[in-house]
Design a protein around this ligand. Structure first.
Ligand code: NAP
Length: 334
């Protein structure tokens, strides 16, 4: 039995992605689910991996199937799995080790899956897991955002930003966000209270003294985020730039230099101003994902989809996301 999968055959531009016919996974483990993929979202990490940015840290056995966001239907259940049955609609953002959602079928750990929100279709459900878990880990897990607090969410119109705004509003926070003028209306509809045009305004001034910053732009934005929060505030960074350091200095020196840089920043912020800086990486956690799925069903958050592409046009979809100006998520359909 074969299936269609889009695999990267080398490191490089979107042209290294090819539509292949490959064998379906032959067996599944006792704690796994076999899932018929209905939709799979694309994330910036996918093209970063494709371009080789994580090469120093993670070894890939090429050709490799990317994809860390899926919505689909369970077709087989591992012998030790509880709580899922054949025919269930599920979503997941698997860990790096188990990616491979750019395919007609994927086998994932059941504890990295959750029920699909019934209120939305597979395309919108696939747009939730990775960005939803990231926003949750940053705002709830790391920053412990509380009702009544002021939070700055960078890049509010993007995949993470669009869901983070809604989650922050659900938690009762007052939301500042950055975007270009064309997205001002969109982020306001998502719930932002204060819209900052990053081309003409300085968020350090507009949002100065806020309690929390969700930093997602990388580069000097990390240090700018630390300057923006109040004394005793929290910064959750999802783009600390480790990959740039390993690319520049190799695995060992890159990690060491990055650790030195990050520790200096974090310690300095803590000692001088009581600011807590956290480095956030999304956890592939089925329980947190189930919570987010329930929030969608309750109408508290709604995944935002910019464009869909058929699986066979994944390379085009990568090119679009790489422009850096998608509004919400880009989703593949099988
Ligand atoms: N640590 C983790 O676990 C984790 C998880 C998820 C994502 N990430 C990282 O977080 C970053 C964001 O991910 P994403 O999925 O949200 O990306 P994305 O969807 O591609 O972000 C696109 C958005 O960025 C906005 N943008 C571009 N330049 C901007 C600027 N200078 N200021 C403010 N907004 C700007 C664009 O809005 P305009 O069109 O209005 O400019 C667009 O809506 C990526 O680097 C990703 O790899 C990390």
């Amino acid at each position: 039995m074969t299936m269609t999968a889009v695999r990267m055959h080398d490191y490089g531009d979107a042209g290294v992605l090819r539509v292949d016919t490959i064998p379906r996974p032959a067996t599944i483990g006792p704690r796994d689910l076999r899932i018929a993929v209905q939709a799979a979202a694309i994330n910036p990490v996918d093209f970063k991996i494709r371009k080789g940015a994580q090469r120093a840290l993670i070894w890939l056995d090429l050709p490799w199937t990317l994809g860390m966001d899926v919505s689909g239907v369970v077709t087989e259940v591992g012998s030790k799995v509880k709580g899922f049955a054949v025919g269930d609609e599920v979503i997941s953002s698997p860990s790096h080790r188990r990616m491979g959602c750019y395919a007609e079928e994927v086998v994932l750990r059941a504890d990295e899956c959750a029920p699909k929100p019934a209120a939305v279709d597979h395309v919108h459900a696939a747009a939730l897991p990775l960005v939803g878990l990231t926003a949750y880990d940053a705002l709830v897990g790391a920053a412990k955002l509380k009702a009544g607090e002021k939070v700055l969410i960078q890049a509010g119109a993007g995949g993470v930003g669009s869901i983070a705004i809604q989650l922050a509003k659900h938690l009762g926070a007052e939301v500042y966000t950055t975007c270009s003028p064309r997205n001002a209306e969109l982020v306001t509809e998502l719930g932002a209270d204060h819209v900052i045009d990053y081309r003409s305004q300085d968020y350090e001034e507009v949002a100065r003294g806020c309690d929390v910053v969700l930093e997602s732009m990388g580069g000097d934005h990390l240090e700018r985020a630390l300057r923006t929060v109040r004394n005793g505030g929290r910064v959750a960074s999802i783009t600390p730039g480790l990959l740039d350091w390993t690319k520049r200095y190799g695995k060992v020196m890159g990690v060491l230099r990055f650790a030195g840089y990050f520790l200096r920043l974090a310690l300095g912020a803590r000692l001088k101003r009581g600011v807590r800086l956290s480095l956030v990486t999304r956890h592939a956690d089925g329980k947190n994902l189930a919570y987010l799925s329930r929030l969608v069903d309750e109408g508290a958050i709604a995944p935002l989809v910019d464009r869909t592409y058929p699986l066979a046009e994944t390379a085009e979809a990568h090119r679009y996301l790489e422009t850096g100006h998608a509004r919400g998520k880009v989703v593949l359909t099988t």
